[in-house]
Design a protein around this ligand. Structure first.
Ligand SMILES: C[S@@+](CC[C@H](N)C(=O)[O-])C[C@H]1O[C@@H](n2cnc3c(N)ncnc32)[C@H](O)[C@@H]1O
Length: 320
């Protein structure tokens, strides 16, 4: 059986230091925020997989539909020998391009979730004998050191996860992706598209309450890691469409006036009744905006595919 390597690119205490810094930066001031990467401990990663199967959550199905239809074209256009996937999660949809890329030498899934990387990596090496899988536990917003593997390189960033970055963060992120590529290498990018507000809000506020549990999981993570005393039942899950910025915001809204202690940070947070913590932004895109953002980073949009209902887009862009 081919090898499965799992590399932690940062020391274990770096995660702890990053969580402390993010919680301090995000909760000590108003408006209060927490970055979405802290949803994804093992339980959060499981909850995200459940979200992808919800009737309201169309992005996974739409992107899978495009990948099934277009993986042959992706393989022909890129001839990639190394596929690097950022925020790879379960790698479930990535099976389609992996299968189509017959000359693929190494798959490099990159994620903060060790449990997701381990499960996905073992499944993939069993399915594709000969493929090297070199997983990296890493933060894709920080500089990445990739294994030395043959080109051409294809970087995949699926699931619309790019929408979780704010515009300035997106620009920095796309520039860092470009820096991983040589001219002619490519980026495969999944972007959710602007659409009817009701459809969008439903996708982030499902009837079964799975997204609510996912959102509240960040409080459980902060409780466990930093000894905080958040009561997840004292917060409501809220999803709102910001029409000006064209993004969905997920928030946790304090039901009452309450005080939360975070001993590891020596921090006490006073919440007013109805006060929100913003836990995720999920930007929705239009083709010309995506083209412009890619171009600013030195990437030329080469292909643009949508699902049949025009809900989600997958683009292939090439490094100049
Ligand atoms: C919205 S999910 C998408 C998962 C998968 N790509 C898909 O399309 O279904 C986001 C994934 O990115 C990972 N993630 C979030 N922020 C991250 C970060 N800053 N660095 C690395 N991985 C991150 C999460 O653990 C999760 O697996």
């Amino acid at each position: 059986m081919s090898p499965f390597l799992l590399t932690r690119t940062l020391p274990e205490d770096a995660t702890d230091a990053a969580l402390r810094a993010d919680v301090l930066r995000g909760l000590a001031h108003t408006p209060r925020t927490l970055p979405p990467k802290w949803f994804y401990d093992a339980h959060g990663s499981d909850l995200f997989e459940q979200i992808t199967e919800l009737p309201e959550y169309y992005p996974t199905r739409a992107e899978r539909e495009i990948l099934i239809a277009r993986s042959g074209e992706i393989a022909a256009a890129t001839g990639a020998r190394t596929l690097i996937e950022l925020g790879s999660g379960s790698s479930e949809k990535t099976r389609h391009p992996i299968e189509a890329l017959t000359g693929l030498h190494t798959y490099v899934p990159v994620d903060v979730s060790e449990s997701a990387l381990t499960q996905a990596g073992h499944a993939l090496i069993a399915e594709r004998p000969g493929l090297e899988v070199h997983a990296l536990i890493a933060d894709f917003t920080a500089p990445l050191t990739l294994p030395d593997t043959p080109g051409p390189r294809l970087v995949a960033f699926l699931g619309g996860t790019i929408g979780n970055l704010l515009p300035a963060e997106r620009a920095a992120f796309l520039a860092s992706v470009r820096a991983l590529l040589s001219p002619g290498d490519a980026l495969l990018l999944g972007t959710d598209l602007v659409k009817d507000e009701k459809v969008l809000v439903r996708a982030y506020d499902d009837a079964a309450g799975v997204t609510a549990a996912f959102n509240k999981n960040v409080l459980t993570v902060v409780n466990r890691e930093l000894g905080a005393d958040f009561d997840p039942r004292a917060f409501d899950h809220v999803a709102v469409w910001d029409a000006e910025n064209e993004w969905i915001e997920m928030r946790l809204r304090s039901r009452t006036e309450q005080i939360v202690k975070i001993p590891a940070l020596d921090l006490t947070v006073d919440f007013a009744a109805g006060e929100d913590i913003r836990t995720e932004v999920s930007a929705k895109f239009r083709k010309e905006g995506v083209r412009a953002e890619l171009s600013s980073a030195g990437l030329d949009l080469a292909r643009w595919w949508t699902d049949d209902e025009g809900r989600f887009a997958l683009s292939l862009s090439v490094a100049r």
